[in-house]
Design a protein around this ligand. Structure first.
Ligand code: ADP
Ligand code: ZN
Ligand code: MG
Length: 481
């Protein structure tokens, strides 16, 4: 894109909170339940009902706000955001407008090998709307149904400052926020289920200009790829308009995934269009300072910092550190292993390669894994002491993964102890030499590569249990180096 303009992007991120019940009633929030089975008069918006705030949702919102370095308002309140839509039975959404729960924060994230900082204007609480179901309801394409299960599910909105300077940077920030919320355990951020989405605002301004240009907004996106593509398209579209001396119109645009273009949806929507006013059925929120301190003390080390610490403290490559800190549970698991073995790189290798492939194949996460850090460490110790070979180690790991037995048990039950008895190995080598006169002759004539074949024969006869170092040594002695 032309260097004449600077891109300015600000994100409004929505995340559904992982509470068991909804924001203002006791209905369940489980995803995927049959339509309208998780509803009650409150979340259906019947007149005369009284919403009551879910304390857990408030706690989660405060936790997220603190992780984004926000100040927590001692006094905040809910407002009604009025608009008409079929999935919004009340005709308004309960949100926070004039006095939000938190404000003036920021989040650090990595982009292009650098640590960047994006301001967070506010993190506030609101309720989600229902969902229109257009497909698979009846055979009539003109009929849509509405499912209110999602109505009143707690959401936080994280309003980012317009501090992002490219589509790729915006995605890096959006990913970083997701990672943080997952680490905190306040949202599962499942994008396919719509629990993590964003509105992306973008404008251009001449390089060097202080003033922001007119922005367009891309609504309700839930894919990293699509947001990036949509923003890149907007960058070009706006640049062209400006190049031609035109003016960008402030509007909401939709991204057409198939054709990779954005299209105007509606123009200029402002706060006054919503006729915000205070929600009269909910008491304002007064947060106890001690409670905030308590929540603050439960914040985990955030993923970016943990990743950096892993590289420094354990001397492992960036790649390993990223992999191992991808989830908090994985990072905890890894640190448990290192604590036991004092061998960070060996632990990392076993987890990243062998254990991960077992987890992947079984569709399991590390929390469900039967291989405990102690199992892994005991197995690594057996390899180091020469009791089993590295190759047998893989077999042992597979067995523990299925049965949850200790490595000692597995090795004993399956007779996997490495053969390190020289005379026993010598006997087998004699057999192999006798049975393979031709390769032996080739070896003696200088074709050293055949040693691989001969060693392989020994391993076959011992089911991989012969100590490879000894096998090689004895072959050398018998056949010459
Ligand atoms: P609303 O969308 O409710 O009107 P704001 O006007 O405060 O709210 O802005 C919402 C989002 O738009 C914020 O994330 C902010 O960073 C971003 N934003 C505001 N102005 C611009 C701009 N000129 N260019 C790009 N993003 C912007
Ligand atoms: Zn309900
Ligand atoms: Mg907006």
């Amino acid at each position: 894109m032309a260097t004449k303009y600077e891109t300015v992007i600000g994100l409004e991120i929505h995340a559904e909170l992982s509470t068991d019940s909804k924001l203002f009633c006791n209905c369940k929030t489980t995803f995927g339940a049959d339509s309208n089975t998780q509803t009650c008069p409150i979340c259906l918006g019947m007149p005369g009902v009284l919403p009551v705030l879910n304390k857990r949702a408030l706690e989660f919102a405060i936790k997220a706000a603190l992780a984004m370095n926000c100040k927590i308002a001692q006094f905040s309140k809910f407002d009604r955001k009025n608009y008409f839509y079929p999935d919004l039975p009340k005709g308004y959404q309960i949100s926070q407008y004039s006095l939000p729960l938190s404000y003036e924060g920021y989040l650090e994230y990595e982009f292009d090998g650098e640590i960047k900082r994006c301001g967070v204007t506010r993190v506030h609480l609101e309720e989600d709307a229902g969902k229109l179901v257009h497909e698979g309801v009846t055979n009539n394409p003109n009929i849509s149904h509405v499912d209110f299960n999602r109505s009143c599910v707690p959401l936080i909105e994280i309003v980012g400052e317009p501090d992002l300077r490219s589509p790729a940077e915006a995605i890096a920030f959006w990913r970083a926020v997701k990672e943080v919320l997952e680490y905190l355990g306040v949202s599962d951020c499942n994008m396919e289920e719509g629990s993590y989405r964003c509105d992306a605002n973008i404008s251009l301004r001449p390089v060097g200009s202080e003033e922001y240009g007119t922005r367009t907004e891309l609504k309700n996106q839930n894919s990293f790829r699509n947001v990036q593509a949509a923003l890149e398209y907007e960058e070009k579209r706006q640049a062209k308009i400006l190049d031609e001396g035109g003016e960008v119109i402030q509007e909401t645009r939709l991204f057409d995934v198939e054709r990779e273009v954005t299209r105007s949806m509606r123009q200029k929507e402002e706060a006054h269009d919503y006729r915000y006013f205070p929600e009269p059925d909910l008491v304002p929120i007064e947060v106890d300072e001690r409670w905030v301190t308590e929540i603050h003390s439960t914040l985990p080390e955030l993923p970016m910092y943990r990743r950096q610490r892993f590289v420094k403290e354990y001397q492992i490559p960036e790649y390993d550190a990223s992999f191992l800190t991808a989830t908090r549970q994985m990072a905890d698991y890894y640190e448990e292993c290192v604590k036991l073995s004092h061998d960070p790189k060996t632990c990392s290798n076993w987890i990243m390669v062998d254990l991960s492939s077992l987890l992947n194949d079984a569709g399991q996460s590390i929390e469900e894994c039967k291989v405990t850090p102690k199992h892994l460490n005991d197995m690594i110790k057996m390899i180091k002491s020469g009791a089993i070979s590295g190759k047998i180690g893989k077999t042992v790991l597979e067995e523990i993964f299925v049965s949850g037995k200790t490595p000692q048990q597995v090795v004993q039950e399956k007779g996997l102890i490495q053969i390190s008895d020289e005379s026993e190995i010598e006997d087998i080598i004699e057999q192999v030499i006798t049975a393979n006169p031709k390769p032996v002759q080739q070896y003696r004539e200088g074709k050293k590569k055949v040693i691989g074949f001969l060693v392989g024969q020994v391993m076959k006869l011992t089911k991989g249990k012969a100590n490879p170092r000894l096998v090689n040594k004895i072959f050398q002695e018998k056949l010459g180096g």
